[in-house]
Ligand binder design. Sequence first.
Ligand code: FES
Length: 155
Amino acid sequence: MVRLTVNGRTAEVDADPSTPLIYVLRNDLALNGPKLGCARGQCGACTVLLDGRAVRACSTRLADAAVPHVVTTLEGLGTPERPHPLQAAFIAEQAAQCGYCTSGMIMQAAALLAETREGLTEAQVAEALDHNLCRCGTQPRVVRAVLRAARQQGA
Ligand code: FES
């Protein structure tokens, strides 16, 4: 058994410690925010926060995310009643097309906003999200959404 703290709750998971975190989140904990895309750490669809840092859940072993570490998925960022500023901004800017990359985009942006205190620029957002792929072409709307959330947070 491996103990895992996700979105403020600790769970015991019966899985091999070398299992990629994405499988545990989706299959054992029914957290379907993070998506499985390339499974090679390249597309960003599976991005979650590990101790506040954006990581690829497909390339993170369960053992490396276990207690005392803390994992946050899209489900832990906000709620439908009280969305995170990024979630509200993505809706306002209509920054999702098919939506497959959206969770990863938001989690990557959440890490960026957490470490940026002020003066976030369009170029910084574009650079931070450069390795989160979107085939629908939503990138300009995603950048606008992140900047909108940053303004709301005073970053
Ligand atoms: Fe993890 Fe593509 S599925 S980076």
